[in-house]
Ligand binder design. Structure first.
Ligand code: FMN
Length: 519
């Protein structure tokens, strides 16, 4: 046998290959799961292989620059270049269809706000704090003015790996923005220096008593111990899976995850689809006030927008009671997720612009919109979309997937499998080993700074010092053949004017609660 291989290596290889094919054919013909393999033994495997590598092949070879979803190549390239501090400009002119319905145009002023008059907070030309102070309207004891209009949206340790979370938190500290913990609770990887917004989902992870129920005492203990926790966000829903709970299988509930979440090791960890602490608007407001009263922190809600009666009632009750959420994060139906049923991701909850417009208008009519800090998310992590969102009434943007892209995500669409090839959305140690925390933190911070700077330039071009001064008259949308309408005309409202006394007045780190937010 060995003599045959040594004397006729080519013949031996051919025989080995034929033998291999015969064995695979026998397996294919006798297996009962795949018709294609049964009907086309051996070659049928090609179909599965091509299907597996299809997304990558299309991304690199076939798709054009504007084609891929959810973020096309141009969008990803802009994030990559910004994150690396490379030239993120494009040459030759626009490649967009400017006459296409819904296409937004920012109207520049004849006399832009001069860059030479721009005040650089702490010498940082990209610094843009939020105009409003979270919790000021309801006199919370520990109000918070976010120092960045761009922040990291909720993503739990669990859906992202420890290195990705660490890189984002370190990067948040460098870019002076906050980092939302996601509903999995505040992990040690969220505590590397960046401000934290602690998200509380239906599982109340990190704030559970021994009986597994929500414990406000536990929450007070944690928020007192960790002064980086600056606000609490109660999650009602997220755009990609509103009204849907989740389960982390017991096998994945390691000692570390159990400790962070306050749950037993090795047992299935259920996030129900509804809260157990409230199920009416009054109870929701009571819950907000309980947490705000005990912790002193601003408390807000996050929600995707579906049925509208809830928002009418919430605005009316906030008006009559003078209480309620300090901030509202509106997530668009186009938002991302670690894992969700396709139908929920595709068909449940309104896309951002439609949902936000409906809710904001209700709050404006009820005269409570100024009490609320408005946060938007749902593919908004680009300067033009951010400016449109601001013109609609948004005070801040939260980015999730754009932040992932800035630290190396290639949109492989494998978050739900645990096999993220870039080590971002996985717990796999081998895959994570390639994520250099310090380098990625710098990338994220560089992206946020470049992004804020460009939003600022757009605001300057429109004649303003701060992006929150931009309003619906400054934006036009293509609305038909040779027809453009202002955003104000399209929406039927003009966003609130927020008192602004110049960028220099926002420089003080300690929030001056009475400075800018009127009720
Ligand atoms: C991997 C991943 C995990 C997420 N986890 C949460 C979560 O724990 N809680 C939540 O409210 N939203 C979660 N989201 C939704 C985001 O916070 C955000 O609302 C949504 O992706 C829209 O922002 P984007 O378009 O910038 O990604 C997650 C999104 C991703 C991609």
């Amino acid at each position: 046998m060995f003599d045959l291989i040594a004397e006729h290596p080519l013949l031996a290889s051919v025989l080995a290959f034929v033998a291999f094919c015969v064995i695979v054919s026998l397996y294919d013909i006798t297996q009962k799961h795949h018709t294609i393999l049964h009907n086309f033994p051996v070659v049928g495997h090609l179909r599965y292989f091509l299907e597996m590598v299809g997304p990558e092949m299309r991304q690199y070879w076939v798709a054009n620059d504007k084609e891929e979803m959810p973020f096309n190549r141009d969008e990803r390239s802009w994030i990559y270049a910004s994150a690396k501090g490379e030239n993120n400009t494009f040459g030759f002119g626009s490649t967009e269809q400017m006459y296409g319905i819904g296409y937004p145009i920012v109207k520049q002023a004849a006399f832009p706000f001069p860059d030479y008059r721009a005040y650089h907070i702490n010498g940082d030309p990209s610094a843009v704090p939020c105009l409003k102070v979270m919790g000021a309207a309801h006199n919370r004891r520990r109000p918070y003015r976010p120092r960045s209009i761009i922040n990291i949206s909720a993503m739990s340790f669990g859906s992202l790996g420890e290195r990705a979370i660490s890189a984002l938190n370190l990067g948040a500290a460098q870019a002076d923005c906050y980092h939302n913990s996601g509903e999995g609770g505040v992990s040690p990887y969220h505590c590397l220096g960046g401000d934290i917004v602690w998200q509380l989902g239906t599982g109340y992870f990190g704030a559970r008593g021994p009986d597994g129920k929500f414990s406000v005492e536990e929450m007070v203990r944690k928020t007192t111990e960790n002064d980086k926790i600056r606000a609490i966000e109660i999650k009602l829903s997220q755009g990609a899976k509103p009204g849907k709970g989740g389960i982390l299988p017991g096998a994945k509930v390691t000692a570390q995850i159990a400790k962070i979440r306050g749950i037993p090791i090795g047992k299935d960890c259920i996030s129900p689809n509804a809260h157990s602490e409230f199920d009416t608007v009054d109870e929701l407001i009571d819950f907000v006030e309980l947490i705000a009263g005990k912790t002193g922190l601003p408390v807000g809600i996050k929600s995707a927008i579906g049925k509208i009666d809830f928002w009418h009632e919430l605005a009316a009750k906030m008006k009559s009671r003078g209480e309620g959420p300090d901030f509202i994060s509106v997530d668009g139906g186009e938002g991302g997720t670690g894992a969700a049923p396709l139908t929920f991701a595709d068909h449940v909850s309104l896309p951002f612009k439609i949902g936000f417009e409906r809710v904001y208008r209700i709050f404006q009519q009820a005269e409570v919109s100024k009490q609320v800090v408005w946060i938007g998310s749902g593919k908004l992590g680009f300067p033009d979309r951010t400016l449109v969102a601001f013109a609609m009434g948004v005070d801040m943007i939260q980015v999730a997937r754009e932040a992932m892209i800035s630290i190396g995500c290639i949109q492989a669409l494998k978050c739900h499998t645990g096999h993220c090839p870039t080590g971002v959305a996985t717990q796999n140690k081998w895959l994570q080993a390639g994520v250099n925390v310090e380098a990625k933190a710098k990338r994220f911070a560089t992206y946020v700074k470049a992004y804020r700077k460009e939003v600022l330039s757009l605001a300057h071009a429109a004649g303003y010092e701060h992006p929150a001064q931009v309003n619906g008259d400054d934006i036009e949308f293509s609305s038909g053949v040779n027809r453009f309408l202002t955003l104000t005309e399209t929406l039927g409202y003009r966003c609130d004017e927020i008192e602004f006394r110049g960028m220099a007045s926002l420089a003080d780190d300690s929030p001056d609660a009475s400075a800018t937010q009127t009720t």
